[in-house]
Design a protein around this ligand. Structure first.
Ligand code: SF4
Length: 378
């Protein structure tokens, strides 16, 4: 049973049934509706209203039960999911990726080093293997295979793709939709060894999407793990919270007071696209990042999160006018229509229209004549 909404709860309360105690305030809220909305968010308790029917108490208890348990392994939380689809709310704990190290094998030390040294950075996030499971011995900071097997987890061995994928869907549906306690433990898929890398990658990716809480590999392949981490980062990003970077002035190639000045939003993907281009240029530059709630350039503009006033406030906050002699700010080409408005709001600077796409920044800079940018519209 999915969680009750405020409206569903309200239907059981005196106000909906036009009974004697309608909006009596004994629960501490001005109306039955206000109480129902708070109860739906678990911000109050059922026993605050003395007139709640037994039937609602039971339904509320059932619907509030956590569908999937959370298990913590060496500080990594696994499971605890409440929904089938990310767009319903969000996923809670990303699919953990674990590697088995068999210490009876002669090359275990080399494998251990490869696993512990493996790290990728993507969209400003450092990604590493979540934990190591050891067989035939123990390593500090790892979990032994015996201890791992004693955890309340459902194990599926990857023998047959069709069966495994069906089993994963069945378990998640039973846990979330029926709140069936027989299926409420987090689930992991155990891959015995690396076969054909392409099919392994395809299968592991599918299980990551639907619905493994953890993937455990006996073999370690950097390319496979890199692909899975990239996919995982996309799936487990909260859709209601866009990836964003800090709003500040970033520096590339040791800029000074005469260096180029670019501007963009704090949407992580936009930022990294621009930052990568600026970093690879041999010219020093600044990048002013506007606090646009993680929205991309045009979305931020249409939502009034990238306005002339916000730009002026950002420059003021960092006292940027006093730090540079070059007073030309290159704005994203998509905001060309804002040029006059911006110019008026930040009279200390000259607004120059830059490129629509980040990849064109290199050519833009090559063609840029800083004494002649006033009329340039590239
Ligand atoms: Fe409504 Fe119950 Fe609150 Fe009274 S105590 S206002 S009946 S919810």
């Amino acid at each position: 049973m999915t969680e009750l909404s405020g409206l569903q709860i309200f239907k059981y309360l005196p106000a909906a049934k036009k009974l004697e105690h309608t909006n009596c305030k004994q629960c501490g809220f001005p109306t039955c509706m206000a109480f129902a909305l708070k109860l739906a968010k678990h911000q109050t308790n059922v026993d605050k209203c003395p007139y709640i029917p037994k039937e609602l108490e039971e339904i509320y208890f059932q619907s509030s039960k956590q569908p999937q348990k959370t298990v913590e392994i060496l500080g990594v939380k696994v499971g605890g999911e409440n929904v089938l689809y990310r767009h319903e709310k969000t996923f809670i704990n990303k699919t953990a990726l674990a590697i088995v190290i068999d210490m009876a094998k002669p090359d275990w030390k080399e494998k251990f080093e490869r696993v512990t040294n493996f790290e990728i950075t993507r969209v400003n996030e450092k990604l590493k293997i979540d934990f190591i499971i050891t067989k035939n011995g123990n390593i500090e900071g790892a979990i032994s295979y015996e201890d791992f097997q004693n955890l309340p987890l459902i194990k599926i061995t990857d023998e047959n793709f069709e069966n495994t994928s069906k089993e994963l869907v069945k378990i998640r549906r039973k846990a979330i939709l029926e709140k069936d306690e027989n299926y409420s433990d987090p689930v992991y898929v155990y891959f015995r060894h690396t076969e054909d890398l392409k099919s392994l990658c395809a299968k592991a990716s599918y299980y990551l999407c639907k619905y493994a809480n953890m993937l455990v590999f006996e073999d370690f392949d950097e390319n496979l793990i890199t692909s899975l981490m990239t996919l995982r980062q996309n799936i487990f990003t909260d859709p209601q919270k866009p990836l964003q970077v800090e709003s500040k002035i970033y520096e590339f190639n040791n800029p000074d007071e005469n260096s180029l000045i670019f501007m963009t939003t704090n949407f992580a993907l936009t930022f990294f696209a621009v930052a990568n281009e600026l970093e690879s240029l041999s010219v020093p530059s600044y990048l002013i990042v506007i606090p646009a709630e993680g929205m991309s350039v045009l979305t931020a503009w249409s939502a009034e999160k990238f306005t002339a006033k916000i730009v002026a406030d950002t420059l003021k906050k960092f006292d940027f006018a006093n730090k540079v002699k070059n007073k030309k700010i290159i704005i994203p080409g998509l905001l060309a229509h804002m040029k006059d408005e911006l110019q008026e709001e930040v009279p200390d600077f000259e607004i120059v229209i830059g490129t629509v796409d980040a990849f064109a920044i290199g050519d833009f800079v090559k063609n840029l004549n800083l004494d002649n940018t006033k009329s340039k519209n590239l």
